[in-house]
Design a protein around this ligand. Structure first.
Ligand code: PEP
Ligand code: MG
Length: 325
């Protein structure tokens, strides 16, 4: 199987209908970067920056971070890397930041909420990213955005830091993309001003699913209870696709489900054009994407939704069984 996937490395994930899905990888450590070559990923769709903070027992310094981010960009040699700003809190606790005793940390003071309430660390991280980019293109995405104003504030921190770096005489990114992670259902219903302001939206399916179904992603008793191919979840996703399309904003999916071939073809059929996953999933996902006609699958899913099917999984599996190898 490894060999078969290796022979696909240079080929696009082009489905029978002609549609091409962009496949990217998720990363978080320098050690992940060599997989970019091996997997054939187009870029890093999610770089989880908190890992650099979690592997230390003290707060990293700005220059240390800038060096790490620069090495990540060097290793990506021109491919796009979407740096997700610090997502701490919830399951990721930094020993050197006073641990918060919260009754429900997944819904607590985490991610961008910390960044906006105590912007010192966020600003330091943004400065490090700007210095690392040294005039190269820079892609930043903010985690756990629940409301439009949170994105607007985070974005203005980044723009202010760029302005400041420029006034200090540092080179600033020639191209800038600023995205939001959609991980809470509320963001799908944000005012149009949010969709106008954002450069791209990335679905954080792991958190999104836990909040959509109110099922703790860490709790073995409930975490597999609800299916990502449920009619409810797919209807929700198709509404997000429609809003992004109407606003001309690219939409990607970077949760674990993107790396599961059946989920991946379903999301692609709904109109999600970029999927980001662990590197080992790229081969299997690409193989299945190349085998199917996404337009036909999309029509199949729409009929199932119109018929009120609670889960689309049986229909997708039956349809797949009729498709040529
Ligand atoms: C997600 O929630 O789907 C996601 C990609 O972020 P993380 O798994 O790091 O919370
Ligand atoms: Mg998340």
């Amino acid at each position: 199987a490894q060999k078969r996937y290796a022979s696909l490395r240079g080929l696009p994930a082009q489905s029978r209908c002609g549609r091409i899905t962009s496949l990217h990888m998720n990363a978080g450590l320098m050690a992940d970067l060599p997989s970019l070559e091996g997997s054939g990923a187009e870029g890093v769709g999610l770089f989880r920056t908190e890992l650099q903070f979690l592997i230390r027992n003290r707060m990293p310094k700005r220059e240390e971070l800038a060096q790490i981010y620069a090495r990540v960009m060097d290793a990506a040699s021109g491919r796009r890397v979407a740096f997700r700003t610090l997502d701490i809190g919830s399951d990721k606790v930094l020993p050197y930041l006073k641990p918060q005793d919260e009754p429900n940390p997944a819904m607590g003071w985490r991610a961008i909420r910390v960044g906006l309430d105590k912007p010192g660390v966020l600003r330091m991280q943004l400065q490090a990213l700007i210095r690392a980019a040294k005039g190269r293109p820079l892609t930043v995405m903010f985690p756990f955005i629940a409301e439009a104003h949170e994105f607007a504030e985070a974005r203005s921190y980044l723009l202010r830091e760029i302005h400041r770096e420029k006034s200090l005489g540092y080179p600033t990114p020639e191209q800038l993309e600023i995205g939001a992670m959609l991980e809470t259902p509320s963001l799908a219903f944000a005012p149009q001003s949010f969709f106008d302001a954002v450069d791209f939206v990335s679905l954080g399916g792991n958190d999104l699913k836990q909040f959509f179904f109110a099922a703790d992603r860490e709790n073995e008793r409930v975490r597999r209870r609800y299916d990502s191919l449920s009619g409810a979840f797919l209807s929700f996703l198709s509404q997000v696709v429609a809003r992004c399309d109407a606003s001309g904003k690219p939409l990607s999916f970077c949760g674990e489900d993107a790396g599961r071939p059946i989920e991946a073809i379903t999301f692609a059929a709904l109109g999600i054009r970029t999927l980001s996953m662990r590197p080992a999933s790229i081969g299997p996902v690409k193989t299945l994407l190349r085998r199917v006609d996404l337009d036909a699958l999309g029509a199949e899913i729409r009929s199932g939704l119109a018929a009120g099917e609670e889960s689309l999984r049986p229909r997708v599996m039956d349809w797949l069984a009729t498709q040529p190898e």
